[in-house]
Design a protein around this ligand. Structure first.
Ligand code: NDP
Length: 248
């Protein structure tokens, strides 16, 4: 009889921001199925968050949902601390929560700009810093950026592209700063992926992707899982694009 293979993340603790739906929920499912205990934050989708906890627990896994607005440094820091207190020190932190507010540069409001920067950029910094304080040496940090850091392609995307381009710089520096602790820091840059965020643009954008389809959240989660694995220990400071060839 074949020996039962232990799951790769058994005994590990992960925290994913914005895990209630879309790519974040895909990452929660994947890390939990890899054996990790997975905490995640959400800001408004409480019903979806609780359903996901139930789903993970029904499959024999462990999940913890926390309401924490990434725009608030206090709430995000508190979520990191609660994860460590409830599940143990972190092995994996995924900064995924993000928003998309489109608008051309000549009319983009300062309020929208500030909100985009606070959730897409400032929260990545706050999350990485707080997670690093509660993380074991040898841990893994993954940010979710976007291939729009490389190619904006449409009118109205300048501020979103700017926030995602900022993450490429953040991971380079953070990777160097945390290297003495063997913590890797990387940035996954998805292309158009089927979620609520992209739904309005899916038909138009699909035709521009060489593979002629949107990405599936499980494909993005697969790359995150790889970067969080032991095997990926020599990858750090990298921004890896996963987009069906969109920017090729
Ligand atoms: P969704 O809108 O489907 O989901 C966003 C998730 O983030 C939800 O769980 C949401 O929770 C959470 N979230 C949003 N705002 C906050 C906040 N202020 N505080 C805490 N949680 C928050 O988006 P996607 O899954 O599509 O996007 C996930 C990430 O992937 C984002 O960073 C996005 O920029 C990036 N991305 C997405 C692409 C795509 O085509 N879908 C392509 C490239 C990158 P709640 O509903 O509770 O607010």
């Amino acid at each position: 009889m074949a020996a039962v293979q232990e799951k790769s993340f058994t005994g590990k603790v992960a925290l994913v921001t914005g895990g209630s739906k879309g790519i974040g929920a895909g990452i929660v499912r994947r890390l939990a199925s890899d054996g990790a205990s997975v905490a995640f934050t959400f800001s408004s989708s409480e019903e979806k968050a609780l359903k996901l906890v139930h789903e993970v627990e029904s499959g024999g896994g462990k999940a913890l949902a926390m309401k924490a607005d990434s725009a608030s440094a206090e709430e995000l820091r508190a979520a990191v601390i609660k994860t460590a207190e409830t599940l143990g020190p972190l092995d994996i932190f995924v900064s995924n929560a993000g928003i998309l507010t489109l608008g051309t540069i000549d009319s983009y409001s300062l309020e929208d700009f500030d909100r985009m920067v606070s959730i897409n950029v400032r929260a990545a910094f706050v999350g990485v810093q707080a997670a690093a304080h509660k993380m074991k040496d040898g841990g893994r940090i993954v940010l979710i950026g976007s291939n729009t850091a490389i190619r904006t392609a449409f009118p109205g995307g300048s501020i979103y592209s700017m926030t995602k381009a900022a993450l490429t710089g953040l991971v380079r520096g953070a990777a160097i700063d945390l290297a003495p602790r063997a913590i890797t820091v990387n940035n996954v840059q998805p292309g158009p992926t089927a979620t609520d965020m992209s739904a309005a643009h899916a038909d138009k954008v699909k035709t521009l992707i060489p593979l002629k389809r949107m990405g599936d959240v499980s494909e993005i989660a697969g790359l995150v899982s790889y970067l969080a694995s032991e095997e990926a220990g020599f990858i750090t400071g990298a921004s890896l694009t996963i987009d069906g060839g969109y920017v090729a």
